[in-house]
Design a protein around this ligand. Structure first.
Ligand code: NAD
Length: 333
């Protein structure tokens, strides 16, 4: 039996999830949720979906009665993640929600509790947890293969050229913030899973606004420093005006790095022991196949991919904004 997935919000990333579903071993595309009738018709025809598995945002709650859908994969704008997770949970469907899990730690907490209450599982779409270069970063860091990691530099940015000023990524109400919400979350994630620790304090600084026609509501760039209990520090920048995609860890007996590091790849990396030689994989298929067996076998998801993991990231993102807004070092409790 395969896990039967309905994709909710048919934009750019939904298409990558669809390709991942097609390449996956344990999942299949079973339905869609969309606000655009033309997309409903197109997906229904192209992927042979039964009409009863096609939902609008309005009638989505009737998915409760549909026994041929097991899980809803939410690829909506960030601000809608919470609402649709709560609705899917209430309808008895498992959920994979895209990053950032929600706009605040409190929203994440509410989502975790709702899924628990309705006995459904909640995963966050952290594709890099199943990517071989990142599995190696985690091993090198957490097992201290090259000694204790002292300093991480992890940054991700894309220059947003040609974006419409009306795009939801630039609207605070829909995105929750700028590149920190959309890209910076990967820097926070990677520093947490390479160190295997939770940061205890953060300092942060907004960068200058160089494209004032676009960045009226959300930050154009932001830099931050996370302080970990071991004494390790992670310094990061995420930006909508610079193209940057790299990860570097300095440990006591060597270093390891990736660049490109946090995008879709192909990734390239090395440690002081030599170049990495891992395959380029379909990240979405690997993530889906990493998650699906737990749900199919009714076993709890591993912590690293659960809603609780998403909540921990939002705790840090909340702290980064607080530090940048106040200019103060913020203690994360
Ligand atoms: P997108 O703009 O391409 O797609 C968003 C979809 O939501 C569109 O189909 C749009 O019609 C629909 N939508 C519904 N209500 C909307 C509203 N009120 N305003 C705007 N659009 C609305 O965005 P995307 O790049 O596909 O991102 C979707 C989600 O996926 C985001 O949370 C993003 O962070 C995440 N994402 C994850 C990855 C990853 O690598 N894991 C990559 C890209 C995006």
């Amino acid at each position: 039996k395969k896990l039967r997935v309905a994709v909710c919000g048919l934009g750019r990333y939904a298409n990558l999830v669809r390709e991942g579903l097609a390449a996956s071993q344990y999942c299949e595309l079973a339905g869609i949720v969309t606000g655009t009738p033309a997309k409903a018709t197109q997906w229904k025809t192209d992927y042979q979906l039964p009409a009863k598995n096609v939902y609008s945002y309005q009638n989505f709650d009737t998915i409760l009665a549909n026994k041929s859908i097991d899980l809803v994969y939410i690829t909506l704008p960030n601000a809608l993640h919470k609402e649709f997770t709560l609705r899917a949970a209430k309808a008895g469907k498992h959920v994979i929600v895209e990053k950032p899990m929600a706009l605040t730690e409190q929203d994440c907490q509410d989502m975790v509790e709702a899924c628990k209450k309705h006995s459904v599982q909640l995963a966050v779409g952290y594709r890099l947890h199943y990517e071989p270069h990142h599995i190696e970063l985690k091993r090198l860091g957490q097992e201290k293969v090259l000694g204790q990691v002292r300093l991480i530099e992890a940054s991700l940015g894309y220059r947003l050229e040609g974006i419409s000023p009306d795009d939801w990524h630039l609207k605070k109400a829909l995105a929750g913030g700028g590149p920190l919400m959309n890209l910076g979350v990967y820097c926070v994630q990677s520093s947490r899973y390479v160190l295997g620790e939770e940061p205890i304090a953060v300092t942060a600084q907004y960068g200058p606004v160089t494209m004032p026609n676009l960045f009226k509501e959300v930050e154009e760039s932001i830099s931050w420093q996370l302080y970990f209990p071991s004494g390790a520090v992670c310094t990061s920048t995420t930006s909508s005006n610079s193209n940057i995609d790299r990860f570097f860890a300095a440990a006591d007996n060597g270093s390891f790095e990736l660049s490109p590091a946090l995008s879709y790849g192909p990734f390239k990396g090395k440690s002081s022991q030599g170049a990495f030689n891992f395959p380029t994989i379909n990240q979405q298929a690997a993530q889906l196949d990493g998650i699906a067996p737990y749900i199919l076998e009714n076993k709890p998801l591993p912590a690293h991919i659960s809603g609780e993991e998403g909540r921990k990231d939002l705790r840090v993102l909340d702290g980064i904004y607080k530090a940048a807004n106040t200019g103060q070092k913020v203690t994360l409790v």
